[in-house]
Design a protein around this ligand. Sequence first.
Ligand code: ZN
Length: 304
Amino acid sequence: MQEREDHLIQATAADSTIRLLAAVTTRLVAEACGRHATAPTASAALGRTLTGAMLLGRTFKDLEYITVRIDCDGLIGGIVAEANAHGQVRGYVKNPAAHIPPNAIGKLDVRGVVGNGMLHVIREVGVEIGLAKEPYIGSVPIVSGEIAEDFTHYLSVSEQVNSACSLGVFVEGEQEKVTNAGGYLIQVMPGCDEETVAALETAIRQAPSVTDMLRSGADAETMLQQVMGTIPVTVLESHSIEFRCKCSYERAVSLVTALGEEEVSDMLAKDNGAELTCHFCNAVYYLDDEALRNILSPSSPVLM
Ligand code: ZN
């Protein structure tokens, strides 16, 4: 079976009183987990958070940038995922080696490596065009640790929206590779009639798990149709999504420059160049002595 490109769809149902989002994130989650060399449980935690951040981000019409940060006391130590309106996402976990035996139902025990703590959602809206200076921050305690339930709890407390979210990451083989990842987020808007809500609840309860649907070849649209049962779904938009980091050699240079002349002179005298590793994608940037000397006395004058 041919592996599909990652994609995210926005859809609607029941006269626009139900909003739906679904994504297949297999490639981007596999890339993130490969870059960070995560153990299986850490892969599931990171993949669910990356997918959830993308889905949650799309629920905001005016989104520029969303950061989901899980500060927790479990073995994983913390999870960060960032997504923008262009379908690009990046993220990491503090302890990529976090892995424990499966839980009672034989699944990767994400809750077990997350533990207790807080879920923070930081949204930048209008910052880029100068309408706002400060990002909007919403925080809720972790109620589940399985990630998807924590997103729905956040939505109900911080945004007063009733929703259902399911996120899945499937890891298999000796190489512990991510072979399927994705999820969906369904929001019930005010005005949705009780009968529809009841039908929706039943349909969601009876739906197969995200990983089961993905493993049987479902794309985002098929996944939503399977979850919604007899309720018809209308797809509005489809976006391609990818793992993409904002780091670059130029950013590495400006980070080192920001350390100040004294620090850079010290690096030049004591070390063999400077090496920076990006937290988000594990890319390594090496600034050689010439680059460091150039920071101290730029060879090309800066135009003012
Ligand atoms: Zn990076």
